[in-house]
Structure formats: structure tokens, C-alpha cells
Design a protein around this ligand. Structure first.
Ligand SMILES: C[S@@+](CC[C@H](N)C(=O)[O-])C[C@H]1O[C@@H](n2cnc3c(N)ncnc32)[C@H](O)[C@@H]1O
Ligand code: SF4
Length: 389
């Protein structure tokens, strides 16, 4: 689930009580059994409704990070404000009723559309939490709007300590982003998380990284892991050994930190080396897995006298039962399918531009129960079993 539906997502780690979420826990416990993957997938899919909606409002970025899965040539022109307005005025939102909506691409603060659509959603989906993932370089232009929008979570990407981050994201970007963060109004600052995507360039940099963050008073970090795609260099992938080394360095470093720190590790069937490294440390045993109010599964490692440390684990694909993505040109797809922009035309289940309101909603409903969802679930159960057993 990691990057594909993006970021901290306002993670709270609250154990769930609703039956849909409990059945995810049941599914995860069954991953260790020999119940056939297809049977598990079908039993599970019956009961779910997507909790997350992530939205890209443009196809542009002012940076060129080598690991980025969104680096594609321009697709069709982005939806206009009028098109977003028509779509969110339809009964799609009422039917879906996502708990969390996140603007996650390409760089949402490059123009005004994410903020404008954010205001639209505040009235169209008053129950939903709204958040944003940004590279942080342009944050200073939007303080006022983001405050007025009363954004629920704000995720800023940093890929390591100054030297490493600048090597990945461009010279001078680290200090610019930190300046923008230190000038954040208090209300936004309290909702801030740092996102760091671990790859072969930064897996052994975590001590220096956390040290630099601490100096700036930042103590909330979500670590995701590089997922290779058709457009990213293969050599950024990390091995199981490198993932283990990252975990060891992180734990070592956390021994010295106080309990104001909050760290979330996203481990995911899409990056088997990381899942295997976490499983081999005994962190993912079925009896310790909890499910939060949004249906995300996590493990709380706090009993090891460390500052707040959680692992959010996704043993199965979140397509489409859990998270839906809308691309800038209006394609609706399962979150994991958003990792391959060159395949959007094949993988999307509907286009806002091509379909009227009713066909979009009925397509969404069909797609949820459709073969794509089932197939993604079956193959991800099989992939996770290979790492865990
Ligand atoms: C795609 S970016 C979009 C938002 C914004 N431009 C930013 O960089 O935060 C969202 C997050 O995905 C991460 N990301 C991009 N490509 C990735 C990949 N192939 N594997 C893992 N994380 C990736 C980025 O590092 C960033 O934290
Ligand atoms: S800033 Fe974000 S969207 Fe832009 S290239 Fe980097 S990861 Fe991709």
C-alpha cells in the first residue's frame, strides 16, 4: 500500500472495531495458513469499500528525482477546475465516501489546482480528512491557503541528510525545504510528517538524517521503500541485506532518542526484500498485527523500550478494495496500478472525461468486484507468502 496511496495518511494507530477491518486481520492471519489464495481473496473482497482516494492534479514537477515513478511524458491535459467540480458534484463521492483524500502528485504545489480542488472537497466531502504530499520546495507560497483549507495532514518528502538528499533531489533543495518547514505556521507544523523513500543511495544514512531533523525540531518520519517501475533505474532497489542494515541502524539510533519521536515503516508485498527482512526479525508475526480505523494493518513495536515505532504492513494489494487513485487526466484506477503511468490507459477502470456520472459509479462498483481486483489480491497473497513462510 505504501506509496501508491501515499504518505502518512494521518496515521493514528487506533485499533479498529468494525467488522470490515477485522476481516483484514483475519486475512493476514490466514496468509500463514495453507488456505488457497483464490479462496481467501474471494472471501475477503465481498466486504470492502475503498477508504482512500488519492488525486494527482498535474503532470509536472520542478524536480527530477531518479527514483520517481511519475516521471512520464505529458499525458492528456490535466482536468480543468470545471471538470473536477462536475465530477465531485456527482454521486461518486457520496457513494465512495472516502475517509481520507490525499493530493499526491505530481507536484501538487506547482500550481493552484490542488488547493482549489481541496476547497471544493471540503464542502463536497465534509467528513473526509484531506492531506497533501509535496516536495516542499514551494510550500512558502501556500501557507495561507493551506491554513485556510485546514489541511488534516501535510507530508513533505526528504530523502536523507543534506548531502544524500541533494544528490537525489538536486543541489540546494534540502536547505530550501527545511527553511520552508521552519517557517510553517504552527497549525500546519503540528500536522507535518516527513516522508523518506529508502533506496540503495540512502539506506545507510539514517543516523545522520535523523540527527539533522532533530536539530530542526522534526521528529515524525514515515519511511517507505523504493519500488522499481518500468521507468526507474533498477540499481536503486535495495537487497534484503541492505533493508536489514537500514533496520539495524534505525533501531540503534532510536535507542538514543526520546519518546517525542514517531516513526512509521511502510513494508509492502511490492518490495519483497524489505518484507522478508522485517519478517526475518520476527516483527510480522500474525498475533501482533493490529488493524487501524481505516483498515490499514500495523505492528506496534513500542514494547521494546523504543520511541514510538510502528510498521504498517501491506501483505496484499490495495487495488481497488482499499484505495482509488485519480490521475491528472481523470483516469480512475486501483492505487497500485498508479505505479505504472505508461499503463494507465490499460489499467484504469473509468475516465472522468469519457463517462457520465452514473456509468462512472456503476463501473467503480463493478470494478471493485471485478477480476482485476481479485487477480491483484491473489498474486499479492502468493508474493507475501513467499517472503513470510
Ligand atoms: C510521487 S511523489 C509526489 C509528491 C511530491 N512531488 C513529492 O515528491 O513528495 C510522492 C512520494 O513518492 C515517493 N516516490 C516516488 N517514486 C517512488 C518509488 N519508485 N518508490 C518509492 N517511493 C517513491 C517520493 O519520494 C515521494 O515521497
Ligand atoms: S519531487 Fe516528487 S513528483 Fe517530482 S520528481 Fe521528485 S518524487 Fe517525483
Amino acid at each position: 500500500m505504501a506509496i501508491s496511496h501515499a504518505g502518512s495518511r494521518g496515521f493514528t494507530g487506533i485499533p479498529a472495531s468494525d467488522s470490515a477491518s477485522i476481516s483484514l486481520r483475519g486475512l493476514y492471519q490466514q496468509i500463514w495458513s495453507n488456505v488457497p489464495a483464490e479462496r481467501l481473496a474471494l472471501a475477503f473482497l465481498d466486504r470492502h469499500q475503498p477508504e482512500y482516494l488519492t488525486i494527482a492534479t498535474n503532470n509536472h514537477c520542478n524536480l527530477a528525482c531518479p527514483h520517481c515513478y511519475l516521471q512520464t511524458d505529458d499525458r492528456d491535459p490535466p482536468l480543468s477546475f470545471r471538470e473536477w467540480e462536475q465530477f465531485f458534484g456527482s454521486f461518486f463521492l457520496t457513494e465512495l465516501s472516502p475517509r481520507k483524500i490525499c493530493f499526491a502528485g505530481r507536484e501538487p504545489l506547482l500550481d493552484a489546482m490542488a488547493v482549489d480542488v481541496g476547497f471544493l472537497l471540503r464542502s463536497a466531502a465534509p467528513e473526509s480528512q484531506i492531506g497533501l504530499v509535496t516536495n516542499g520546495t514551494l510550500l512558502n507560497r501556500w501557507y495561507l491557503e493551506l491554513e485556510n483549507l485546514d489541511i488534516d495532514f501535510l507530508d513533505v518528502s526528504l530523502d536523507g541528510s543534506t548531502k544524500i538528499h541533494d544528490r537525489i533531489r538536486g543541489r540546494g533543495t534540502f536547505s530550501k525545504i527545511l527553511r520552508n518547514i521552519s517557517n510553517l505556521p504552527d497549525t500546519l507544523r503540528s500536522r507535518l510528517s516527513i516522508l523518506c523513500s529508502i533506496n540503495s543511495m540512502n539506506f545507510d544514512d539514517v543516523k545522520e538524517f535523523l540527527q539533522e531533523l532533530e536539530v530542526c525540531g522534526i521528529r515524525k518520519v514515515v519511511f517507505g521503500f523504493f519500488q522499481k517501475t518500468l521507468s526507474t533505474p533498477q540499481d536503486l532497489s535495495i537487497s534484503k541485506w541492505q533493508a536489514g542494515r537500514f533496520f539495524d541502524l534505525l533501531l540503534e539510533c532510536l535507542q538514543e532518542k526520546d519518546d517525542r519521536w514517531q516513526i512509521l515503516l511502510d513494508v509492502d508485498f511490492l518490495v519483497p526484500a524489505v518484507l522478508a527482512a522485517a519478517a526475518s526479525r520476527g516483527w510480522l508475526q500474525p498475533e501482533v498485527i493490529q488493524v487501524d480505523e481505516t483498515g490499514d494493518a500495523f505492528v506496534d513495536l513500542n514494547d521494546r523500550s523504543l520511541p514510538s515505532l510502528f510498521i504498517r504492513c501491506a501483505f496484499v494489494s490495495s487495488n481497488l478494495w482499499h484505495a482509488i487513485r485519480i490521475s491528472a487526466d481523470g483516469l480512475l484506477m486501483g492505487s497500485d496500478d498508479s505505479l505504472e503511468p505508461t499503463r494507465y490507459d490499460r489499467d484504469a477502470f473509468a475516465s472522468i472525461r469519457k463517462l457520465g456520472d452514473s456509468s462512472v459509479t456503476s463501473n467503480a462498483a463493478r470494478a471493485r468486484c471485478g477480476t482485476r481486483n481479485r487477480d491483484a489480491l491473489i498474486s499479492s497473497i502468493e508474493a507475501s507468502r513467499e517472503c513470510l513462510l
